[in-house]
Design a protein around this ligand. Structure first.
Ligand SMILES: NC(=O)C1=CN([C@@H]2O[C@H](COP(=O)(O)OP(=O)(O)OC[C@H]3O[C@@H](n4cnc5c(N)ncnc54)[C@H](OP(=O)(O)O)[C@@H]3O)[C@@H](O)[C@H]2O)C=CC1
Ligand SMILES: N[C@@H](CC=O)C(=O)O
Length: 427
């Protein structure tokens, strides 16, 4: 029985737990693969950092040499970033190794080209860990649901922002303090802008939409808003109407099946909806399919150990393929669907306006909504000394119509400020 050799690139939050759990689960991995696996080496930037539980003799700073080694069967990429990771992965393919990656930024940007290179060299590229941490999601979408028609994928796919919003909502925590805590716990990206500005969730949405609808969705086709504009007042306003604010990724297929949309933005979710109960760095994703109906995938979405679980699951799969002399599904057989712009997406919205107290102000606001084809579903007003605050929610309306109405409202003399505009999901 030959021993399969693994090169690990990166030994930070994810890589160090991959190394620790690979050692701890060695016997189980051997049994499941049908052959032992061991590290050929572990590449890092700084050789002298303490890495408890990681064998020192395996550490190298020469990642290029490691991925070229003829005895390496599988390269696990856990360094992050795009250019360097892509070059190392490509070199690994060229030297005959399969690759397991946790790198959603790279897969969203260059997954198609990497899949093509992997196919050309007859090796595998797997990346279950790139979306939703420990939660098995890509393989069920790619394999278990391959005979069904997925119509919608909706959920929380970024642990850091869910952790921050949850801390702000339940503990009244300060945004900056909550972000610092998420970074300390290993949830945030090396540059947390990727989390809080929605880039990480957008990369995951692009990957999810591509696999769920068997098409390709480019990163720049995913509409993206992060959580940096969400204020403590927004969170309080959401509470006042029985909702919580979550950063959601929503991917939808049109009724005729010819087009898709993918978007990431904060949304108000009713407390009665299961997504409202997703706390801390957990992720939860609803998948709706024509025959299966609604499925929910839930679990730890970030952090070293949960991500290592998904990486090691992929490691078992690619090692089995290697021993059998086959490769996994890849992404060659897809059908390119149109990706529609955000302007065409229809959702409910919740708005708060500060309006001057003059007679006729309300009527004028209603007229502006009517002129743009936006129908108001609920409306309440709180009187203040110098005017009033209007809270209203709309019936489903296109983003284009709502945006045009907001521009017109901002131009009105009676409207002092449009304080908040947040989409509503899960009603
Ligand atoms: N953290 C999480 O919860 C999750 C992360 N991911 C993804 O996993 C990947 C890794 O994330 P994470 O572990 O958090 O990141 P870290 O910053 O904790 O670790 C990165 C590791 O890569 C090493 N590294 C960076 N650049 C190079 C290079 N050029 N050559 C060799 N080694 C290098 C670093 O070396 P050194 O230690 O010497 O600095 C470090 O060990 C990213 O793609 C991330 O998006 C996916 C799911 C969850
Ligand atoms: N930074 C990411 C890590 C996992 O993908 C997140 O917070 O979800």
């Amino acid at each position: 029985m030959r021993t399969l050799k693994v090169a690990l690139l990166g030994c930070g939050v994810v890589g160090s737990d991959v190394a620790r759990y690979m050692a701890r689960h060695a016997a189980d991995l051997t049994a499941r693969i049908g052959a032992p696996v061991e590290f050929a080496g572990i590449a890092v930037r700084q050789a002298d950092l303490p890495r408890p539980g990681v064998p020192e003799h395996l550490i190298t700073t020469d990642a290029d040499e490691l991925v070229k080694r003829a005895d390496v069967d599988v390269v696990i990429e856990a360094i992050g970033g795009t250019d360097r990771a892509r070059d190392l992965i490509t070199t690994a393919f060229e030297h005959g190794a399969s690759v397991v990656s946790a790198n959603k930024a790279l897969i969203a940007a260059e997954g198609a080209a990497l899949h093509a290179t992997a196919a050309a060299y007859g090796v595998d590229l797997y990346y279950e860990a790139a979306v939703a941490g420990a939660v098995p999601l890509l393989r069920p979408l790619r394999e278990s649901l391959a005979g069904d028609r997925v119509t919608r994928v909706l959920g929380i796919v970024n642990g850091t922002t869910n952790f921050i919003l949850d801390r702000m909502d339940s503990l009244g925590a300060d945004y900056a303090q909550a972000l610092k805590e998420a970074a300390t716990l290993g949830y945030a990206e090396a540059d947390p802008t990727a989390d809080v500005e929605g880039f990480d969730a957008a990369a995951k949405a692009a990957i999810l939409a591509g696999i769920a609808f068997n098409t390709r969705v480019r990163l720049d086709e995913v509409y993206r808003e992060g959580i940096t504009a969400v204020t403590a007042a927004d969170i309080e306003n959401a509470k006042a109407v029985g909702c919580v604010i979550k950063l959601l990724a929503v991917c939808e297929r049109s009724a005729d099946g010819s087009s898709v949309t993918a978007r990431v933005h904060p949304a108000m979710v009713p407390l009665s909806h299961p997504l409202a109960a997703v706390r801390g760095a957990f992720n939860a994703v609803f998948v709706e399919a024509e025959a299966a109906g609604q499925l929910m995938f839930y679990g730890p979405g970030a952090g070293g150990a949960p991500t290592a679980s998904a990486v090691l699951g992929d490691l078992v799969a690619v090692c089995r393929n290697r021993l059998a002399g086959i490769t996994g599904p890849g992404d060659a057989a897809y059908q390119q669907l149109t990706v529609s712009p955000m302007a065409e997406v229809t959702t409910r919205h919740h708005l708060i306006l500060e309006v001057a107290g003059q007679p006729g102000a309300l009527a004028e606001v209603a007229t502006v909504f009517g002129r743009h084809g936006v129908s108001i579903e609920t409306f309440s007003q709180r009187q203040r000394d110098d005017g009033c605050a209007l809270a209203m929610s709309t019936y489903p309306t296109t983003d284009a119509a709502l945006s045009a109405a907001v521009v017109a409202l901002r131009d009105m003399d009676h409207v002092r400020r449009v304080t908040s505009v947040i989409r509503v999901e899960g009603t």
